[in-house]
Design a protein around this ligand. Structure first.
Ligand SMILES: C=CC1=C(C)c2cc3[nH]c(cc4nc(cc5[nH]c(cc1n2)c(C)c5CCC(=O)O)C(CCC(=O)O)=C4C)c(C)c3C=C
Ligand SMILES: [Fe+2]
Ligand SMILES: [Fe+2]
Length: 335
């Protein structure tokens, strides 16, 4: 390809969290060592956290998590990785139809493989001199979105030439995203009937992050309210909860498990749970929400409990992300 032709290409890097390479304690230990050492993920002073992480967490958590990962692992690997790769392929095809070969899409994981460094190299080698970084987190938080920026900056720090860069830091209220999730829920209800109550469950965050200015809590509430309004849900039929608490401190509330264990006492026997903070299904949706929390609700007297799948590589998700990417690239050209 001629150089002039090459230099017109834009590289899109989709980034998700990352996942262990196998559902084994050893692989999970390697994954957690990298993930939990990120200062945006655990903000304790380094020497203290090093002792806790290496002295306690990495000895206890991997075998417990291995059981959870084994319950959701597929023939092709971890759902988070498989579904993220399928989604990236679908977005690449959609953009190829819309723009020819002008936009190249890659998927990287913040922790583990495929690494951000490797995929940024691949985009450079493919002739992309303009980059759009799109973390697959609809709501901004420092430990999810913020750390993607750190990782990209750390790769580019070693380069002489810094490409033109666009960083999408959130899309929590984008009308296309809201419509896509609302349609997902509506399709689920058309196929399988509607529960009495809908829980919007988001990954938790330490309460302290909110106090320090992280917009995550407000953005989660805004996303849920917009979806509820798109679906015309009445006020007392849905609520926002937070899941996946880690460690002993106070995290964003109400906790999903607390609400699930009290709903049956309030006469609510059937619940659907949707997770609009997760672009694709993963351990936190499939195991924690889909399996473990179902048991909590049933034990408390609940009768019907269902997890509504994430957008994954659906046509609605693919089209929305392709729209978001083209909008952002177009607005960058206009400015
Ligand atoms: C919105 C996205 C996420 C935020 C915010 C987030 C914050 C956060 N997470 C932990 C600790 C753990 N998270 C784990 C799994 C996990 N977390 C996210 C997303 C967000 N995390 C996803 C998509 C997953 C699933 C990964 C997969 O392989 O499918 C885990 C590991 C699993 C386990 O052992 O339970 C931990 C640990 C903290 C401490 C934190 C913010 C401070
Ligand atoms: Fe997490
Ligand atoms: Fe979890």
């Amino acid at each position: 390809m001629a150089d002039a032709e090459k230099s017109r290409r834009t590289g899109v890097l989709l980034v998700n969290l990352g996942t262990p390479e196998a559902p084994t304690p050893a692989a999970i230990r390697r994954y957690l060592r990298e993930f939990l050492w990120d200062p945006r993920v655990v903000e304790l002073p380094r020497p203290l956290w090093w002792v806790i992480l290496h002295g306690v967490i990495l000895w206890t958590r991997p075998s417990k998590s291995a059981r959870a990962y084994r319950s959701i692992w597929t023939d092709k690997g971890s759902p988070l990785l498989v579904l993220s790769m399928n989604l990236a392929r679908a977005v690449q095809s959609e953009l190829a139809i819309r723009t020819g070969g002008e936009i190249i899409v890659e998927i990287a994981m913040r922790y583990g493989k495929p690494a951000i460094r490797e995929k940024l190299e691949a985009l450079r080698n493919a002739g992309a001199d303009k980059l759009l970084i799109l973390p697959l987190y609809p709501q901004y938080s420092s430990p999810s979105t913020g750390t993607v920026f750190d990782a990209v900056a750390s790769v580019l720090k070693d380069r002489r030439y810094i490409p033109d860069i666009e960083f999408v830091n959130e899309y929590h209220d984008h009308p296309g995203y809201i419509r896509a999730v609302a349609k997902r829920i509506d399709d689920f209800w058309c196929d399988s009937g509607k529960a009495e109550y809908l829980l919007f469950s988001f990954h938790g965050l330490p309460e302290r992050s909110r106090a320090l200015g992280d917009p995550y809590y407000d953005q989660c509430h805004a996303t849920a309210a917009l979806i509820a309004s798109e679906l015309n849900l009445s006020k007392n039929t849905w609520q926002v909860v937070f899941q996946s608490r880690f460690g002993p401190g106070r995290w964003l509330r109400p906790y999903c498990i607390d609400v699930l264990s009290t709903l049956p006492q309030q006469g609510i026997r059937s619940v659907d749970v949707v997770c609009p903070g997760f672009a694709v299904d993963c351990l936190e949706t499939l195991e924690e929400i889909g399996i473990a929390n179902k048991e909590i609700f049933t034990k408390a007297g609940g009768e019907q409990y269902r997890l509504i799948p994430a957008l994954n590589d659906s046509a609605e998700h693919t089209r929305f992300l392709a729209d978001l990417i083209t909008e952002r690239l177009r607005s960058e050209n206009v400015d």
